[in-house]
Design a protein around this ligand. Structure first.
Ligand code: FE2
Length: 90
C-alpha cells in the first residue's frame, strides 16, 4: 500500500539484510499535488514512480514525506529488511 512516514520524522530508511531474486522492488512516488502530470514530472521514467531493486547490505534513505510501497515477493524465500525513521535535532 502506498504510504509515507508523516511529518514527525525527517528521514526514513530501509536496511536490506536478505534479498532473494524476484522478491520485490521498492517504489517511490512524488507526493506533490500535480507533480505526476506530464510534462512536469520529477522522476525520469515515463510514469509517476521510480523503481529500485534492492540488494543485501543496501541502506536506502529518503525524505519521510516521500510516498512509497513495495511490490510483492514472488520468490519462495523471505526478503528480510529493517525499516526505520530518523528525527534530526540541532
Ligand atoms: Fe514505509
Amino acid at each position: 500500500m502506498v504510504h509515507s512516514h508523516t511529518n514527525n520524522y525527517n528521514l526514513s530508511g530501509v536496511y536490506y539484510l536478505s534479498v532473494p531474486a524476484d522478491s520485490g522492488e521498492i517504489v517511490f512516488r512524488d507526493p506533490r499535488p500535480g507533480a505526476n502530470q506530464a510534462p512536469c514530472r520529477l522522476f525520469k521514467d515515463d510514469g509517476d514512480s521510480e523503481y529500485f531493486s534492492p540488494s543485501a547490505g543496501l541502506i536506502l534513505l529518503f525524505p519521510s514525506y516521500l510516498e512509497h510501497y513495495v511490490l510483492p515477493n514472488r520468490s519462495d524465500a523471505d526478503r528480510i529488511s529493517m525499516s526505520f525513521d530518523l528525527t534530526l535535532e540541532r
